[in-house]
Write a protein of this length. Structure first.
Length: 82
């Protein structure tokens, strides 16, 4: 089964916490900052939202269309303003 971005984030976040705990103990191999760590997962989640919305538009219309542009606009309106 394919993992969602949120599931991948949960697993990676636990590892990131462990890496920081180990760094605090040893002072070696400093992990990424939180900002560096989180950005790839936010991008994955964005892509999944856009894909899901795009698929929904195509299904409701009863035809296969490239709804990516509409989905990108939907994502920006719904999530960028927060």
């Amino acid at each position: 089964m394919k993992q969602t971005a949120v599931e991948k984030l949960g697993i990676a976040f636990r590892q990131w916490q462990t890496d920081w705990d180990n760094f605090d103990k040893t002072g070696k191999n400093k992990p990424k900052s939180f900002d560096e760590f989180i950005v790839p997962f936010l991008e994955m989640e964005k892509e999944q939202i856009i894909h899901a919305y795009g698929q929904g538009v195509a299904d409701e219309a009863g035809e296969i269309v490239d709804a990516t542009k509409d989905a990108e606009q939907y994502y920006n309106q719904k999530y960028k303003s927060k």
